[in-house]
Write a protein that binds this ligand. Structure first.
Ligand SMILES: CC(=O)SCCNC(=O)CCNC(=O)[C@H](O)C(C)(C)COP(=O)(O)OP(=O)(O)OC[C@H]1O[C@@H](n2cnc3c(N)ncnc32)[C@H](O)[C@@H]1OP(=O)(O)O
Ligand SMILES: CC(C)C(=O)C(=O)O
Ligand SMILES: [Mg+2]
Length: 581
């Protein structure tokens, strides 16, 4: 008997008993909804949805260690600061800290006037009663009642048929309404979730939701919220979008119903499903910061908001201080943020690889020079500074990096703008050091390598002074050099640099040619400091050096002298004459 035949004849229970059987045939594919006249694929998102944070409920119920009341207050205050106007604060009938937290917010008047708190309850009377007790005295609140409607839960958890499950929903909705009437001073909004909606036959989901809507009888001034959860993400986002479009068409009193989405991320598409669901007609979304929540988490509100932001849409949430948000979240959830987390991870604006760095550097320069009206920079979907991130993270150097990246770091961190011909010389040194270290090199290490290999004056090659004059439209010069014995050399040429090359050629009896030269002001440091870079060939041997000085002629001459001095380590330079002072 083949393995395949063996598996086909086994029940799921038998297969489960066989530990370690990685066999896809025990799973079946989802059945897509045949919505032929779907309209959502042609829609575009143009505005932010109504946001509801579920950090303090769905996020909290998934933590190893649920938040304390104090931690919940901290998270609540962060959510308010970020701009959430609807915040599900918990499941007050579930546990004492949940109840106490609701009481604290109300009694200590911690809820801003423009923020509505929301609470979750099962459709069970004693839990609903306790929920209202927790909310006594609140100005306004959303009471969110749910029951599970999927085939699996109907059959396996509840052992009930469709009508019986619908009756739980309607009875729950009725209790929610009845208890609300006991607290007339509060402005109540009701919300219903057919939990495990994506595993529910869509016509049945419409039927249950419409019975709840009929119970609550919403008005224009008193809408209800129907929240459609992908309690477990079971399909590709397009299937979810079809389900949402179908629901939006089938829900009664649609004008008085706010359609809300609550996706989870089991297949890694929680945000994508929400985006398509919004295109399919939903008005509101529930989610958690950084995607905290049951299993793989809830839809990540940071990612969705930043996706909108990066399309030029006001997300109506403020992530300008992303570090503060990360600090509070990691602290209260005790969960780390992945370095590649969309938009906010430590590495998401960082390029280590040479070609990316080169493109980023050129593109940023182009962007600044042309003053483009919109952000269009290679490899950087948004300006990291918008999130309070600095540019240091954008280009980081290791052995995968190229010359553009090294030049970028010297420019960015030290205001040293190198001429293009020098990029390769510097990056060769940096790359070798990175390879030897087998690690990243940070800005100060790169500057040190640059100083040691290009700026520092080799022993015995210090320029002590010079006199320049003009003769027959040529520069005639005397140079004083601090060597083992002080030298005074004379030379002539087109300018001071050529005159020095001439003086050194004569002195050492070698051919010397300045092949590259550049001089310009430093972008950092004193106003007058200039950096000069020189490439010289000494008897065919190429040597490069640079020097920084407030006097540009001194910078040029010392750069040349240093380059020759560095060549002297490789070429035998012996004085031909004895022109000592
Ligand atoms: C997808 C989601 O995130 S849903 C939210 C989940 N969050 C939580 O559960 C966190 C808080 N929950 C709790 O602390 C507890 O579950 C409580 C306090 C709410 C209830 O506690 P208990 O009654 O002791 O236990 P439990 O939740 O297991 O109750 C199960 C019973 O409720 C019924 N039930 C479960 N959900 C619902 C519901 N939404 N509406 C009506 N009845 C429900 C079950 O059928 C079961 O009935 P049975 O006793 O006849 O078998
Ligand atoms: C309570 C409901 C909305 C829920 O969290 C879910 O279905 O995921
Ligand atoms: Mg959930």
């Amino acid at each position: 008997m083949s393995i395949s035949q063996a598996n086909d004849s086994k029940s799921v229970a038998q297969q489960m008993a066989e530990a370690g059987s990685f066999d896809h045939r025990k799973y079946k594919s989802y059945a897509p909804l045949a919505l032929r006249d779907r309209t959502w694929p042609d829609k575009q998102l143009t505005k932010a949805p109504i946001w509801c944070s579920v950090d303090l409920r769905d996020g909290n119920q998934a933590l190893i260690k649920p938040m304390t009341v104090e931690q919940k207050v901290r998270m609540f205050q962060l959510l308010v600061k970020l701009g959430f106007k609807q915040i599900e604060i918990g499941f007050p009938s579930a546990a004492q800290p949940e109840f106490e937290f609701a009481r604290k917010l109300i009694e200590e008047d911690l809820i801003p006037d423009d923020v509505t708190i929301q609470v979750l309850t099962q459709a069970r009377e004693h839990l609903i009663q306790k929920t209202y007790e927790a909310l006594d005295g609140v100005k306004k609140a959303i009471v969110h009642v749910y029951n599970s409607t999927s085939t699996v839960q109907r059959e396996q958890t509840f052992g009930m048929n469709k009508d019986e499950i619908a009756r739980i929903a309607v009875q729950g909705a009725q209790w929610v309404q009845d208890y609300a009437a006991k607290y007339p001073q509060t402005e109540w909004t009701f919300q219903y979730s057919p939990e495990s909606f994506t595993g529910t036959e869509v016509d049945y989901a419409i039927d249950v939701c419409n019975q709840v809507i009929e119970t609550w009888n919403p008005q224009a001034t008193k809408p209800v919220i129907i929240n459609l959860p992908a309690t477990v993400e079971m399909s590709t986002p397009n299937v979810f979008a079809d389900q949402i479009e179908y629901m939006c068409r089938g829900l009664a009193q649609r004008d008085h119903v706010i359609v809300s989405l609550h996706t989870h991320n089991d297949r890694g598409c929680g945000v994508a499903a929400t985006e398509l669901g919004l295109m399919a007609g939903a008005d509101r979304v529930e989610g958690a910061l950084l995607g905290n929540g049951e299993r793989t988490g809830n839809m990540d509100t940071v990612t969705l908001a930043m996706n909108l932001y990066s399309q030029g849409i006001d997300p109506e949430l403020d992530f300008s201080n992303v570090q503060e948000m990360i600090d509070v979240c990691t602290d209260v959830t005790d969960l780390p943020v992945h370095p590649r987390h969309p938009w906010v991870g430590e590495l998401v604006y960082t390029a280590f690889s040479g070609s990316h760095q080169d493109a980023i550097r050129k593109s940023l320069q182009y962007h600044n020079e042309k003053q483009l009206p919109h952000w269009e920079v290679a490899y950087l979907p948004i300006n990291p500074a918008d999130l309070g991130r600095d540019y240091e993270a954008v280009v980081r150097i290791n052995s995968q990096s190229g010359k553009g990246g090294v030049a970028h770091v010297l420019e960015r961190d030290h205001g040293i703008e190198l001429p293009k011909w020098m990029h390769g010389h510097v990056s060769k040194i940096v790359q070798k050091a990175a390879e030897d270290a087998g690690a990243e090199l940070r800005g100060p290490q790169i500057k040190k390598l640059f100083d040691e290999n290009f700026i520092e004056v080799p022993d015995g090659w210090d320029l002590r002074g010079y006199d320049l004059s003009n003769q027959d439209s040529q520069t005639v010069a005397t140079f004083r050099i601090e060597a083992a014995e002080p030298l005074e050399l004379k030379g002539r040429g087109q300018g001071a640099l050529e005159a020095l090359a001439d003086a050194l050629s004569q002195h050492y009896g070698v051919t010397m040619k300045v092949t590259q030269f550049d001089e310009h002001a430093l972008r950092q440091g004193t106003d007058s400091d200039a950096i000069a870079s020189v490439c010289v060939t000494v008897d065919g041997e190429e040597s490069v050096a640079a020097y920084i000085h407030e006097d540009t002629t001194t910078a040029n001459l010392q750069a040349l002298l240093s380059a020759v001095g560095r060549a002297a380590a490789r070429v035998n330079l012996t004085a031909r004459t004895a022109e000592t002072a």
